[in-house]
Design a protein around this ligand. Sequence first.
Ligand code: HEM
Ligand code: HEM
Length: 166
Amino acid sequence: MLSPNQSHTPLAKALHWGFIVLYGYGLLKQLEDLSELESTGLLVFEVVFALIFLIIVVLRYGYMRRFETFLGTPVPLTQKRVARVVHVGMYLCLALLPLSGLLIAGLYRQGIKTGPMQDLAVGIHSFSASLSYVLIFIHIAAAIYSRIKGEGIWTSMVPVWKEQGH
Ligand code: HEM
Ligand code: HEM
């Protein structure tokens, strides 16, 4: 059980909830088809967005690495290990998404608009998008389960539905 008042830092919380807005915007702005990149304006927008997205993911990971998963709450080791794998998995696919997007843009700029290279880049892009959906679903389900058990982890990050005594 987390000792009362043990909470993630304001910066950790701002990064967590602020990033969700950026991710949501990325999903909203997702391209339907490669041919949309014929518009140079859109291609430049996508590249700038992907660079900002990637930098924030890397800086966030760099900052958050100093904190132990669950802030050291004594929960079963398997639970902590699974959470760590899911958290790192989220970082990996949230980095792979803009990286593969930049590869798509780079190839397209080189005139490689079809073929195995572009198919591979789009394939990785699509895979990392799908993986992010699955991991985030597992993450939110686990967070709600932890909230129901009243371990205090929810309250360390989430500003609503706070656990009593935390
Ligand atoms: C309602 C939705 C969500 C809830 C209730 C929630 C809850 C939490 C909680 C309680 C933690 C802290 C875990 C710990 O102390 O180790 C956490 C960490 C994390 N969350 Fe969420 N989360 C939500 C949505 C999301 C979404 C949409 C993303 C990704 C886009 C995300 C990515 C992460 C990551 C990467 C961490 C690990 C931070 C770190 O230690 O490096 N979360 N979340
Ligand atoms: C230079 C940057 C980017 C380029 C050139 C790019 C390009 C594309 C293209 C061409 C598709 C359609 C793929 C298809 O035909 O199925 C696509 C889909 C998508 N993109 Fe991007 N993208 C970029 C950055 C991003 C970023 C930063 C996000 C972050 C959220 C993102 C999220 C998505 C999603 C969720 C899809 C739908 C994937 C699917 O369901 O298959 N993209 N993108």
